[in-house]
Structure formats: structure tokens, C-alpha cells
Design a protein around this ligand. Structure first.
Ligand code: SIN
Ligand code: FE2
Length: 203
């Protein structure tokens, strides 16, 4: 079933248990090179979500602002390649012939949440964002293109995939909370979210 709400496309239970497990294993193995970390916001606050990146470009935040870069500021190394099982989600859920060049990995534990924001650091804001939920259920909040627009909440469970496209591409969104213990998928507990994007200039 696909729920279409203003170009916010939710595919509940799009990924079965074996695929969820394979994604978690592949992603956690890949980020051992570029450990998940609690970055600082430009305003100097520590993010409650631990993050890292896979693929040619990675989203980073620090005192200098938000941006994409090809190396990890923590290790100085390039971000590891996206495992093929991750990269394959892009054509599958967007129907596009191009490839994602960035996969942000977010780990929510210990009451972590994410404030309402827009994804707008990408060079091409017309390419969609694919978001994959693994592990504990999230109470995800989504509104419109203005911060003042009304919002609604949607529960995102393990294996759900959502696509922000068209009018929803610049929708404000965030994670109000994560239902701790609602899944046993992630070793050590929590929620792993993958967002695949096209961050750089089209070739
Ligand atoms: C994000 O907006 O980067 C993450 C959204 C989510 O965790 O579902
Ligand atoms: Fe986002």
C-alpha cells in the first residue's frame, strides 16, 4: 500500500525482516570507519542523534554551518561507499535512473529526537529524499514548506520507507520521539534512519 499525501509518499512495511536485518548489518559495518557521532549545531548545541555518512558526499554540521563534504571532518577520510543494498533503494523507491550520492545515517537512542527542519543543503532541491526507518518506531512530524504550516504526525515503523518529493520535498519535518524498546532489530536498541539524497550538482 502506498499512502500519497501531497507528494509525501509513505510505503509501510516496504522492507521485510530479512532485508531490514541485512541493511542494519551492512550499515553498521560500513560506519565503523567513520563512527557515529553527536555533531554540534551551528549554534553550538550537541545533537541528540548520532550521525555519520556513506557515499561520495556526507552532510556535516559544526560551528561553521551545515554543508556536504567528501571527507569526514572527524577522521579526515572519505566517507565509505554506500553498500550496494543501500544504493539499490534509490532507483527502487524513486524510479530514477541516476544514483544517490549521499546517505546520511542517523542513530536515535536515549531519548534522541530531531527538531522541525527542511532538507535544503542539496544542490538540486528537485531531486527527492528517500528515508528508511529501521528499529524502534518514530513519531515523525511533517508539515508544509513554511514553518508556520500545520503539521501532522505519522508513526514510522521498522521497514517503512518514505519519499519526500515534489511539493513535499521542502516540507518541514522532524522526529518528536522514538518509542524505545518497540523493536529488537538494532544491536543495543534504538532507531536507525537512512536518508538517501542527491546532494551534489548533477553530472
Ligand atoms: C532527517 O530528517 O534527517 C531524519 C528523519 C528521520 O529520522 O526520520
Ligand atoms: Fe531531514
Amino acid at each position: 500500500m502506498t499512502l500519497a499525501l501531497d507528494d509525501f509518499r509513505l510505503h509501510p512495511a516496504a522492507l521485510g525482516p530479512a532485508e531490514q536485518q541485512a541493511l542494519v548489518t551492512a550499515v553498521l559495518a560500513a560506519v565503523t570507519e567513520v563512527p557515529l557521532r553527536h555533531s554540534q549545531t551551528p549554534g553550538g548545541r550537541r545533537m541528540s542523534v548520532a550521525m555519520s555518512n556513506l557515499g561520495p558526499l556526507g552532510w556535516v554540521t559544526d560551528g561553521r554551518g551545515y554543508r556536504y563534504q567528501s571527507t569526514d571532518p572527524l577522521t579526515g577520510r572519505p566517507w565509505p561507499p554506500m553498500p550496494p543494498i543501500v544504493a539499490a533503494l534509490w532507483p527502487r523507491f524513486t524510479g530514477r535512473a541516476d544514483a544517490a550520492d549521499a546517505c546520511l545515517v542517523n542513530l536515535y537512542r536515549d531519548g534522541a529526537k530531531m527538531g522541525l527542519h527542511q532538507d535544503r543543503d542539496e544542490a538540486d532541491l528537485t531531486a527527492p529524499v528517500v528515508s528508511v526507518s529501521l528499529g524502534d518506531t518514530a513519531v515523525f512530524r511533517i508539515g508544509g514548506a513554511s514553518r508556520r504550516d500545520p503539521t501532522r504526525t505519522v508513526r514510522l515503523s521498522s521497514g517503512d520507507v518514505c519519499v519526500l518529493d515534489g511539493a513535499a520535498r521542502l516540507a518541514f519535518h522532524g522526529v518528536d520521539r522514538v518509542l524505545a524498546g518497540s523493536s529488537r532489530l538494532i544491536p543495543g536498541g534504538g532507531r536507525l534512519n537512512l536518508t538517501l539524497r542527491r546532494a551534489g550538482q548533477a553530472p
